[in-house]
Design a protein around this ligand. Structure first.
Ligand code: HEC
Length: 295
């Protein structure tokens, strides 16, 4: 019970001070005293029980000795525990067995008409009472939420948290319109892995081209800017045998592989495929005074 209450308290107020830092809580000394009293009480009860046991033993010893002196066999009184045990289980003494013996006789095996043990019946009644209480609290007065409502509430809460998180850091949109090349080693490394697994079969590991065109020269069929590269990878050129990778790779993966292709530009593999398409010259941002000097 204590555990479940603690869990509830934690659930209700995850930021509350006590569970974060119990020692700093102003009520801590009180809890400590209560805990101490509780433990002491349990110890006292245990010691008392032990003393009672010892006392009982002495009494039994004395009774045995007296019986021996009188020359009768000592029959101990049943203890509280065994009396309680018989009572809660509804055991009938063996002497009464003939009263509960049924007439059935199966090859000499007879049946006793033993009733359900009382503890079992009480448990059953308790569940009935519990069930009625449950019905009233959950279905008549609607005091507590049903599982379905609890679920809906937590989904709503999670959606709220998600919306808050998304509002705090909106995800960057990656597509061909806004892409700018950056020499990011990590992305290029990931891009290389994607290239080797998916693209090298047609463009060759070094990018010198085979079924697909050369990717390291300055000539491009579909434009050589990073945006063009991204777009052709994403959309493919299906009729020419270049698969659209948009449905296969994520935008991040297409960006990484585009960056990789851009990073290997200018390499000189041993057997390059002849240039195809048009020469693409990188648009360098031209500094303002150079333009003036040239004109
Ligand atoms: C089945 C073979 C094949 C595979 C696999 C393949 N490509 Fe291609 N790729 C081609 C062909 C063929 C072309 C030329 C299309 C054309 O003629 O228009 C091409 C064109 C391209 C172009 C444009 C080149 C230019 O000159 O404009 C790029 C960039 C490219 N591929 C990147 C990739 C990437 C990245 C992958 C892996 C994710 C890939 N390709 C996988 C066959 C392939």
């Amino acid at each position: 019970m204590v555990l479940s209450i603690a869990a509830l308290a934690q659930d209700a107020a995850p930021e509350s001070g006590f569970w974060k830092d119990p020692f700093a809580d102003p009520m801590f000394p009180l809890y400590l005293v209560i805990g101490f009293v509780f433990v002491t009480a349990i110890l006292v009860i245990l010691v008392a029980l032990y003393m009672l046991q010892v006392l009982n033993m002495f009494i039994r010893k004395a009774a045995e000795e007296r019986a021996e002196k009188l020359g009768i066999t000592y029959a101990p009184e049943p203890g509280y525990w065994s009396k309680f045990w018989d009572w809660i289980n509804g055991f009938r003494p063996q002497a009464e067995e003939k009263d509960i013996l049924l007439d059935h006789n199966y090859d000499g095996i007879r049946e006793l008409d033993n009733h359900m043990p009382p503890w079992w019946k009480w448990l059953f009644y308790a569940t009935i009472i519990w069930g009625i209480g449950y019905l009233i609290v959950y279905h008549v007065t609607d005091t507590f939420p049903l599982s379905e409502e609890e679920y809906a509430a937590s989904v709503e809460k999670a959606a709220e948290q998600k919306a808050k998180l998304l509002a705090a850091n909106p995800p960057a949109v990656i597509d061909e319109n806004a892409l700018v090349y950056e020499h990011n080693e990590e992305m290029i490394k990931k891009g290389r892995t994607i290239y080797v697994t998916n693209c090298a079969s047609c463009h060759m590991p070094d990018g010198q081209g085979s079924i697909g065109p050369n990717l390291v020269d300055d000539y491009w069929l579909h434009g050589g800017s990073i945006k063009d590269i991204y777009a052709v990878i994403k959309n493919g050129v299906q009729e020419k045998g270049m698969i659209p990778w948009g449905p296969v790779l994520s935008p991040e993966q297409i960006r990484d592989v585009s960056f990789y292709i851009r990073s290997i530009k200018g390499n000189t593999p041993p057997n390059p495929k002849a240039p195809q398409g048009e020469l693409y010259v990188e648009e360098e941002p031209v500094p303002a005074d150079t333009v003036k000097a040239g004109s």
